[in-house]
Design a protein around this ligand. Structure first.
Ligand SMILES: Cc1cc2nc3c(=O)[nH]c(=O)nc-3n(C[C@H](O)[C@H](O)[C@H](O)COP(=O)(O)OP(=O)(O)OC[C@H]3O[C@@H](n4cnc5c(N)ncnc54)[C@H](O)[C@@H]3O)c2cc1C
Length: 321
């Protein structure tokens, strides 16, 4: 096996690839939390990215793919391995078919579609992060998910570049096959959008952005919702029986409802806070640590388990924890 230094040298030989040693991952996460990665490599160039993945895999070191870092909790000790980020960000359109590279910012894709009068992405306005991660986690809001518009996804499985249809991706609520194959890296997606009126779409997106910016101020160090919402039909009967009808939306119960019942709002651990106005929103008030964040998350899961008999599942993804 090559040493990490040998791997760094091999990565450094790849044209168009930026490589750092000991990069503090707190710089790459919206929580602003996370220790150093042994190696960090990023590029906008697909060939350079595949070459980097090939070197990374043959090094035997652990690999983590990141996007914009808006849904990540990274350990205070960082990550003993290689963090890779694909930053290709082309957006192309022809006859309602949109090609989006994984490294494009999701909001740029939303604006791109709206600008061309294409319907289907406007309710995703304001979801932070990249297109690749939005496919990976089937991002969504206001009753719609990206998967509704996905035709194909192009990804690298460690050996070769493959293309999956929408069905192959096995999308569900905040789920896809990519979550079960963390070694796969998404390169791009093709979306099918309908024709519409750009001005109406812009109004819809702007009103969503206004609400979202009040709930999640742009400077807030957080990951949006920490836990996934729950499907009412999948809850234990006892827990389901306690949920008032008014709390159920489209067959789902917000995780925040359960968290509220166990007194989550306003809880504090070190510099990590549960928002006083939203029980499923945890933020770093400045000097928060992953240790405190994970302890608070465990405490909340424990309280819900004890009171309602089921375990909340994180939407947020962990690195090195
Ligand atoms: C304020 C706020 C509000 C939010 N609101 C919403 C919301 O309404 N709806 C919603 O769905 N989400 C929401 N989120 C969560 C977050 O925006 C999404 O999960 C987003 O898709 C993460 O994108 P990212 O590029 O930052 O990914 P990262 O946080 O960097 O990574 C998330 C996961 O994606 C994987 N990944 C990233 N890129 C790739 C790739 N190219 N190939 C394979 N895997 C990849 C990573 O390995 C990781 O497991 C919110 C977050 C914040 C901070």
């Amino acid at each position: 096996m090559p040493t990490p230094e040998e791997t760094r040298l091999r990565l450094a030989e790849i044209p168009n690839l930026t490589v750092f040693t000991g990069a503090p991952l707190s710089r790459y996460t919206r929580f602003g939390i996370g220790g150093p990665a042994d190696l960090y490599a990023e590029t906008e160039n697909a060939e350079a990215f595949v070459a980097a993945l090939w070197v990374a895999r043959s090094s035997g070191m652990d690999i983590e793919v990141i996007g914009g870092g808006t849904n990540l909790i990274v350990s205070d000790a960082g990550f003993r391995g290689i963090v890779v980020r694909y930053r290709g960000d082309r957006l192309l359109e022809s006859n309602g078919r949109v090609h989006a590279d994984a490294g494009a910012v999701l909001q740029d894709l939303v604006d791109f579609a709206i600008g061309r009068g294409l319907v289907g992405l406007e309710t995703l306005a304001g979801i932070p992060g990249s297109v690749g991660a939005a496919v990976y986690g089937n991002a969504g809001a206001y009753g719609h998910s990206l998967s509704e518009r996905v035709v194909k996804v192009r990804f690298y499985d460690g050996q070769t570049v493959r293309v999956f249809s929408n069905e192959d991706c096995q999308f569900e609520y905040r789920e896809s096959i990519f979550k079960r194959h963390k070694e796969w890296v998404i390169f791009s997606t093709e979306l099918r959008l309908d024709g519409g009126d750009a001005r109406t779409l812009r109004e819809t997106a702007d009103s969503i952005l206004k609400v979202r910016n009040e709930k999640f101020p742009v400077t807030m160090k957080c990951a949006g919702s920490i836990f996934k919402n729950l499907l009412l039909k999948e809850l234990p009967a006892d827990a389901a029986a306690q949920v008032p009808d008014a709390a159920v939306r489209e067959g789902k119960v917000p995780a925040a409802w359960f968290l509220e019942q166990v007194g989550a709002k306003g809880m504090v651990r070190g510099d990590i806070h549960v928002a006083a106005y939203h029980a499923n929103l945890i933020y770093n008030a400045g000097a928060g640590t992953a240790a405190d964040l994970c302890t608070l998350i465990r405490e909340l899961k424990g309280r819900v388990l004890e009171r309602f008999g089921f375990e909340l599942e994180e939407e947020v993804q962990y690195i090195g924890v």
